[in-house]
Design a protein around this ligand. Structure first.
Ligand code: ADP
Ligand code: MG
Length: 249
């Protein structure tokens, strides 16, 4: 962990019709930290993730990442710089095995270098790092299973392992455990704990037990802006946060 900002959002504004979903959002994420973004429904958390990933363009404001001004960069350019997001299952090829999926992600990341070594699954230089990734997250037992036969929660784990296999500098996660059962949620939390200090993560999550257990820093978003940012104990003690969101937590 360090105090160096990896990502800085400055005064972001994004309106949909008359509604400002981001209304002067500023946020600094330090390198190597897990930074949770919390706040009530409709606060603008998902909009923030979309602005940071590049899926939405900000009306105003600026975003800096690793010394670059990325405000006007498209999604794939941000991804090349190492700022990535994890989707929910949609990016998996369900007819391929878990191992194939990870190998293909590594191949895609490597770009031209591996282009002539298709299919990815046959290439030892892709299979071995892919297997290492599965092992890292305790998923090696299902390496040869087609994704289509795996439980929803396991697919979500593979999706996460897949984006991590491309070694992002920073990962954006918007409610990665939504719709999952308790056991599956614990598996994802376990994966995220394993990344602590390594991959910088901005995590939108509404389960406060998860947030307070995982996060180094928490920012609280209300009505399109961040009203407080600090360590878990600081946020828990913040009267404005209590009033706006946390209640008796
Ligand atoms: P959160 O993720 O914190 O629940 P969102 O960023 O999804 O909040 O939404 C913030 C506000 O912006 C909400 O009022 C929502 O209805 C609105 N909003 C989000 N995305 C769109 C969109 N694509 N078109 C219109 N309104 C949107
Ligand atoms: Mg949301």
């Amino acid at each position: 962990m360090s105090d160096l900002p990896l990502l800085q959002a400055m005064d972001l504004v994004k309106s949909f019709g008359g509604l400002a979903a981001n209304d002067g959002l500023s946020l600094t994420v330090a390198a190597g930290t897990i930074h949770a973004l919390i706040g009530p429904n409709g606060a603008g958390k998902s909009t923030t993730i979309n602005l940071l990933s590049g899926e939405l363009a900000a009306d105003r404001g600026a975003i800096r990442f690793g010394g670059h001004d990325i405000t006007r960069l498209r999604t794939h350019r941000r991804s090349w710089l190492g700022l990535k997001r994890s989707y929910q299952v949609t990016s998996l090829f369900s007819e391929f095995t878990a191992l194939d999926n990870i190998a293909m992600a590594i191949q895609a990341q490597a770009g031209h270098a591996f282009r002539f070594f298709a299919p990815a699954r046959a290439d030892r230089r892709l299979r071995e790092p892919a297997m290492d990734r599965l092992r890292q997250f305790g998923l090696d037992a299902i390496a040869e299973h087609p994704v289509s036969v795996l439980a929803h929660g396991v697919r979500r784990q593979i999706e996460l392992a897949m984006v991590l296999a491309t070694e992002p500098r920073m990962l954006l996660l918007d409610e990665p455990m939504a719709g999952m059962g308790q056991a599956e949620r614990e598996e994802i939390v376990r994966m995220l704990v394993g990344l602590k200090g390594d991959t910088t993560i901005l995590l939108v999550e509404h389960d406060m037990d998860v947030v307070f257990a995982l996060a180094d820093t928490i920012s609280v978003m209300v009505k399109g802006r961040s009203i407080a940012s600090g360590g878990p104990s600081e946020i828990r003690a913040n009267a404005d946060v209590q009033a706006a969101y946390l209640g008796d937590y």
